[in-house]
Design a protein around this ligand. Structure first.
Ligand code: P6P
Length: 342
C-alpha cells in the first residue's frame, strides 16, 4: 500500500537502531503485535459470543476474572512461547511467572511482563480496555529464567508499550528512541503507522482521578484537586475531569491531548492500586519517551526498586508541567517528604 508503513515494516526498518541486535527484539515485538490482533478480534465481538461475563474465578489480585481476561492471557503467553524470543512471562493473571523450557526459548535473551487486559471491568459495558507490556533483557545465566529477570527497575526496560482496544485499536510502543503509534486497519489485518514520534503536550487542561475516593486521598492530592477546580482563566482552570476507569485509555487520551492521570494511595489501596511491574513501568517509559513525567508523587517511577511481581505503587503521570505541579502540592502538604539522598 503506497505511503502506509506496517508495524512489521517499521520494526524491520528501525532494526538499524540496534546495530548489535540480532533481530530478537524485533521478532518479539512482532509476536506481541500478532497476539494483539487476535485479542482485538475477540474484544470486538465480545458482545456476540459467550466470552462476556465472568469465569466465576478471581485472579491473584483477588479481582473477578472476566472470560476475555483469560482468553487474552492465554493468547499473549501462547504467542510469546511460539515466538521463541522470550524465556519467561509475568502476567497480572498469574501468581508467579511462567517459564518456557523448550530448546529455542530457554536461551532467549528477553522476558516479558504484561497485563493482558487492563480495565477488564469495562468489558461488559463496551468501554475501551487495553494491554500493557514491558520487555527486559535477562540478567540470569543463559538457559535459566529466574525472578531476578523480572524484578528489574523500569529504567532497565528494553522496550515497553500498550494496545488500546477502543473506537479503533492501536499499538503504541517505545524501544527508547521515541514513541510511535500504529492503528489496526482491519481491511488488511495490519497495524499501520498513524502516530509517528508521539509527544505529550507539556501542559494540559484535563485531570484523571477517581474522586469517589477523595476522603482517603493524601492531603497533597486533595489540595491539587481543589487547585484543578479553581476558576482562573490565565491557567486554563477549571480543568476538565475525565476518568474512564481504564488506565490505558485515560493515559492514551492524555498522551495525545495533554493531561495528568493520578492513582494515589487511598483507604482501600494504601500502597496505590496499579501494579509497578506491568502497568506503571511500561506506561511511565512511554510517557517519559514522549516528553512527559511519571512519579509516585515524590520519586521517578522508573527508578523505583522492584521487590515483587505484583507490587503496587501510587502514580502521577502525564504532561510534565502538570505532574511537577501536583508533586509540589504533595511536598507542601505531605509530612512524608523523603530527604534528598535517603
Ligand atoms: P478504580 C482497571 O481495573 C484498573 O486497573 C485501571 O485500568 C484503572 O485506571 C483503575 O484500575 C480503576 O480503578 O478503583 O478507579 O475503579
Amino acid at each position: 500500500m503506497i505511503g502506509i508503513e506496517t508495524l512489521d515494516e517499521f520494526i524491520i526498518r528501525r532494526q538499524s537502531d540496534f546495530p548489535y541486535a540480532q533481530g530478537e527484539l524485533s521478532r518479539l515485538l512482532r509476536d506481541i503485535g500478532l497476539a494483539a490482533k487476535v485479542v482485538n478480534r475477540e474484544v470486538n465481538k465480545a458482545g456476540l459470543v459467550d466470552i462476556l461475563g465472568s469465569t466465576g474465578t478471581t485472579n491473584v489480585q483477588g479481582e473477578e476474572v472476566k472470560k476475555l481476561d483469560v482468553f487474552a492471557n492465554l493468547r499473549f503467553i501462547g504467542a510469546l512461547k511460539l515466538g521463541g524470543q522470550s524465556c519467561g512471562v509475568a502476567s497480572e493473571e498469574n501468581k508467579s511467572f511462567v517459564t518456557f523450557d523448550d530448546e529455542i526459548s530457554k536461551n532467549a535473551k528477553y522476558v516479558v511482563s504484561l497485563d493482558p487486559l487492563d480495565g477488564s471491568s469495562n468489558i461488559d459495558v463496551n468501554v475501551s480496555v487495553g494491554t500493557t507490556f514491558s520487555i527486559y533483557r535477562t540478567v540470569s545465566p543463559s538457559g535459566t529464567c529466574s525472578i531476578e529477570d523480572f524484578l528489574q527497575r523500569g529504567s532497565e526496560q528494553a522496550a515497553a508499550g500498550y494496545v488500546i482496544y477502543g473506537s479503533s485499536t492501536m499499538l503504541v510502543y517505545t524501544t527508547g528512541k521515541g514513541v510511535n503509534g500504529f492503528t489496526l486497519d482491519p481491511s488488511i489485518g495490519e497495524f499501520c503507522l498513524s502516530h509517528p514520534n508521539m509527544q505529550i503536550p507539556k501542559n494540559g487542561k484535563t485531570y484523571s482521578i477517581n474522586q469517589g475516593y477523595f476522603i482517603g486521598f493524601p492531603d497533597g492530592v486533595k489540595e491539587y484537586i481543589r487547585y484543578c477546580k479553581e476558576d482562573d482563566k490565565a491557567t486554563n482552570r477549571p480543568y476538565s475531569l475525565r476518568y474512564i476507569g481504564s488506565m490505558v485509555a485515560d493515559i492514551h487520551r492524555n498522551l495525545i491531548t495533554g493531561g495528568i492521570f493520578i492513582y494515589p494511595t487511598t483507604r482501600g489501596s494504601p500502597k496505590g492500586k496499579l501494579r509497578l511491574l506491568y502497568e506503571c513501568n511500561p506506561m511511565a517509559y512511554i510517557v517519559e519517551q514522549a516528553g512527559g513525567r511519571a512519579t509516585d508523587g515524590f520519586n521517578r517511577i522508573l527508578d523505583l526498586e522492584v521487590t515483587e511481581l505484583h507490587q503496587r505503587t501510587p502514580i502521577f503521570i502525564g504532561s510534565e508541567e502538570m505532574v511537577l505541579n501536583a508533586e509540589g502540592f504533595m511536598r507542601e502538604y505531605s509530612s512524608r517528604v523523603p530527604k534528598r539522598g535517603k
